[in-house]
Design a protein around this ligand. Structure first.
Ligand code: SMG
Ligand code: MG
Length: 361
């Protein structure tokens, strides 16, 4: 992979979020992440985005750790043409893999979507809404995004903010495609509190229990009719196979970062498709760089459900790329240019940069 690589740069960016985003594990007011820029011998570029956040709360990765493992381990090994030997750090590894793939595909003039085997030029979009203190604010947000055409609205829940707000949304929008996401906030024992959600015709209940509780999810899935969708639990194709075969979930959320990159995401795609388990592409509040990769992945045939692939303006006043938009029918165009099909807009990127470092061979 090192052929034609002159250097790899890490660029840390911070973008204010238009509205703070609260989940069961914390509140984000800014999007801060590490972008990877692979530089070819001829000054060609390839970009990737690390989906870790500022603190290790969604998973064990976080931006400072990603910066160091990329700078001191993943990138030096890659520039030397050696296997990295790194365990863990899937989000950091995925960002590097996407940047190298983008560089390579740009040289060939092939889009990431067609390289991966995409079959759609537009993908259906959902939106994920954070926990709101006031139910009226939540109802107003749900209305805004349904009116904008979004094809599924996901509501974040946690103990104390679950059955009541979700029932209110269901009552106000009887036909809307709704789901919930607990980000692992319950245990099998405390999950009795969310059993009433089973009567609200949800598309799925996402990650109710801790990521390592496969047995708990199997048991809970036996008790409820709504499909369980796993997110945090699905860290590899091997885990996905176990979860599907044992009945721990009926739907899978695929995130490139969480599973360690494109190669592993394709393995999960293929096995889930064979097992007839519907997939959708998750989100980590990505900038346009990460979003481009997500949307390319969502163009594959197994991704039949709307993803957390929302428009740039749902998150940011100014993205680092040209904004991604959702059309009135809830669909987003898959970039068809070479590689990711998008690049950072120089002055937008500069406005967001908070740190950078280059690593040479
Ligand atoms: O990208 O629109 C987005 C956010 C989607 O809810 C979302 N992501 O567990 O699925 C999830 C969360 C993880 C990140 S919360 C900041
Ligand atoms: Mg989730």
């Amino acid at each position: 992979m090192s052929a034609g690589l002159a250097a790899i740069e890490l660029v840390r960016v911070r973008l204010p979020l238009k509205r703070s985003f609260r989940t069961s594990f914390g509140t984000s007011t800014n999007k801060e992440c590490v972008l990877v820029r692979a530089i070819g011998a001829d000054d060609a570029e390839g970009w990737g985005e690390c989906t870790a956040m500022e603190a290790p709360r969604y998973s064990g990765e976080w931006n400072d750790g990603a910066w160091l493992v990329l700078r001191d381990h993943l990138i030096p090994a890659t520039l030397a043409g050696q296997p990295t030997g790194v365990r863990g750090h899937p989000m950091a590894a995925a960002a590097l893999e996407v940047a190298l793939t983008d560089l390579e595909l740009r040289a060939k003039g092939v889009s990431l979507a067609s390289h991966l085997g995409g079959v759609r030029d537009r993908v259906p979009c959902g939106v994920s809404l954070g926990i709101e203190e006031r139910i009226d604010d939540l109802l107003e947000l749900v209305k805004r995004f349904l009116d904008a055409g979004y094809r599924r609205v996901k509501l974040k829940i946690e103990p104390g903010h679950d059955v009541e707000p979700v029932s209110a949304v269901r009552a106000a929008f009887p036909e809307a495609p709704l789901s919930v996401d607990a980000n692992a906030a319950y245990t099998l024992e405390t999950s009795d509190a969310i059993l009433p959600l089973d009567d609200l015709a949800l598309e799925y209940i996402e990650q109710p229990l801790p990521e390592d509780d496969l047995l708990g999810h199997i048991e809970l899935q036996r008790r409820i009719a709504s499909p369980i969708c796993l997110d945090e639990t699905i860290t590899s194709a091997r885990v996905a196979r176990g979860a599907v075969e044992l009945g721990a979930c009926r739907i899978i959320n695929v995130k490139l970062g969480r599973v360690g990159g494109l190669t592993e995401a394709l393995r999960i795609h293929d096995l889930a498709r064979e097992a007839r388990v519907p997939l959708w592409v998750g989100g980590m509040l990505e900038t346009g760089i990460g979003r481009a990769a997500n949307v390319a992945l969502a163009s594959l045939p197994g991704f039949t459900l709307p993803g957390d692939t929302s428009a740039s303006d749902r998150y940011f006043e100014h993205d680092v790329t040209e904004p991604f938009v959702v059309d009135a029918d809830g669909m987003m165009a898959v970039p068809d240019g070479p590689g990711l099909g998008v690049v950072p807009v120089p002055d937008r990127l500069e406005a967001a940069v908070i740190d950078r470092v280059s690593v040479w061979p």
